[in-house]
Design a protein around this ligand. Sequence first.
Ligand SMILES: CCOC(=O)Nc1nc2cc3nc(NC)[nH]c3cc2c(=O)[nH]1
Length: 373
Amino acid sequence: MTDTFKFELLGTDGKARRGRVHTAHGAINTPAFMPVGTAATVKAMMPESVAETGAEILLGNTYHLMLRPGAERIEKLGGLHKFMNWDKPILTDSGGFQVMSLAQLRKITEDGVRFRSHIDGAYYDLTPESSTEIQRQLDADITMCFDECPALPAPKERVNEAMQLSMRWARRSREAFTHRPGYGQFGIVQGGTEKDLREESVEKLTEIGFEGYAIGGLAVGEGQELMFSTLDFTTPVMPTDKPRYLMGVGKPDDLVGAVARGVDMFDCVLPSRSGRTAEAWTRRGSVNLRNARHKDDPRPLDENCTCPCCKNYSRAYLYHLTKTKEILGLMLLTWHNLHYYQELMAGMRTAIEEETFDKFVVDFHALREQGDI
Ligand SMILES: CCOC(=O)Nc1nc2cc3nc(NC)[nH]c3cc2c(=O)[nH]1
């Protein structure tokens, strides 16, 4: 536990960074991957199992939790850590992105967003102030600013409008934030794939001052090349003494490329969602367990993986569980995928410490080109 929120930059290798974020509920080694615990659970996983994969922080979704069971209820029950039996750090999103992707009818005004719940159709408002208050009620160690993420491709004018609105909302989010030792708030850089807009957004956010800075507005359909080129001119103008968090990313090769471009933290539903759609991620690429070629295969998913799924179960068994829609299939594949993602992050942390990150990247891609998985 720590009483002050801080980021230690422990080492670098090129633009890749090795660090540690200290929060009220513990430390997070970076580069770090955050499993997504949408409705106060990482689907198909016990929290103890999530911790066993090596995860040191989880992401909670404000939009889902405000609708059900409600932030007040979770606050009364002692906060999200107690509610879901996770005593390590939690980062909550601000709800903005999920409202735009999940809610029915939504109306954006200068004040915030009015929307209808996708659950019961009731009307709700989210503003920078109410989003920040909800995240406080959840007792999030890291609170995110309320922002607007435009879908890409979009005309520069539209991207600029969304960025300027998000910067005004960032100031209101900061003013509504309750400063407590060990708790931090991250600003969210917007600006699409436009260099000048990204630079202006960083300038405006660092003027306000946050404990960390997220890169929003990406992984929204722009493709990996445009995402990487945007990172190439965005991370260099971001503060070096604060964590950088790329939201919603990504596939293993996205993570490796983004760490190489100076990103410290990630979240993505991919490993847990793939665990429920019979897709396993391995160091050699992804494996679809619905494919009949696995029916008689006695090998584990990955001989080199040390997770309970690879240590004790064959592909034939995983294929059987998939075909029969057995719950254990969801559990084992989710566990494996989250374990693999944490192994990938641990490997990158070690490579940066040893200044062998370039070799790590070469080996990472070589294994994936060998095929035969
Ligand atoms: C996780 C904290 O994010 C927020 O509070 N706002 C926000 N969330 C995003 C989530 C995203 N997921 C993806 N791809 C899967 N892209 C995203 C962008 C944002 C964003 O700009 N802003």
